[in-house]
Ligand binder design. Structure first.
Ligand SMILES: Nc1ncnc2c1ncn2[C@@H]1O[C@H](COP(=O)(O)OP(=O)(O)O)[C@@H](O)[C@H]1O
Ligand SMILES: [Mg+2]
Length: 204
């Protein structure tokens, strides 16, 4: 179980996320929706430890570790002068993972970019870049997968591919949170948390 207790994010005077408590079981894909500025990114970055937050984050009754987390950041954060494959394989190699290139290529294949591994990121379209960022997270086989707005630049077919990949992550036992503006996508998730001005307005 991934357990958030009174997780709170403030930037100076501004509260981006009011105290939020949530339990995400292993195997569950949770959609986080809400208008722009409602706190979706703040929630995911707080779980990832990328913004200062108060409250408690526990995975299976211990503190969550950076190595537990795979984040697809809003904006993708890819190195433009590296290839798609290198963007995925280099971080794996840096943490001592065996066969990083093979894992990178398999992840690219999952998001429909099996032929694009050797392309520089700057040669790829926005949608292709978004799928590379998703593949980089898939390649980590992490316990917690945090996908921030990771279908915004995709056409219908690729959106389905990415959602299927996130569902597969949940099926192998990951705890998956997916921030999105896409209510159809949210309806297909196991649970749905709607945020409004940093406050949970609806939970399914
Ligand atoms: N680094 C920051 N510094 C100050 N305010 C921020 C920062 N990041 C986000 N905010 C503010 O926090 C609120 C929530 O933003 P965010 O979490 O990015 O929402 P969403 O992802 O739903 O669009 C917004 O009012 C936004 O302007
Ligand atoms: Mg956001």
């Amino acid at each position: 179980m991934l357990r958030l207790t009174d997780l709170t994010v403030s930037y100076g005077e501004r509260t981006a996320l009011a105290p939020l408590s949530l339990e995400v079981p292993s195997g569950q894909l949770v959609a986080v929706t809400g208008p722009s500025g409602s706190g979706k990114t703040s929630l995911l970055l707080a779980i990832a430890g990328r913004v200062p937050a108060r409250g408690e984050i526990v995975l299976d009754d211990r503190a969550l570790r950076p190595s537990d987390i795979a984040l697809v950041p809003q904006g993708n954060h890819l190195a433009r002068v590296l290839t798609a494959s290198e963007n995925i394989a280099l971080p794996l190699a840096a943490t001592g993972t065996a066969d990083p290139v093979r894992i990178a290529d398999a992840a690219l294949h999952t998001v429909g970019l099996g032929e694009s591994g050797n392309h520089l990121v700057e040669e790829l379209s926005g949608g292709q870049q978004q799928r590379v960022a998703v593949a980089r997270a898939l390649a980590r086989s992490a316990a917690v997968v945090l996908a921030d707005d990771c279908t915004s630049d995709l056409d219908g077919a690729n959106r389905e591919k990415v959602l299927a990949a996130l569902r597969a992550e949940a099926r192998r036992g990951a705890h998956v949170l997916c921030a999105t503006n896409d209510l159809d996508a949210a309806a297909e998730c196991d649970a749905h948390l709607a945020l409004d001005e940093g406050v949970v307005s609806r939970v399914r």
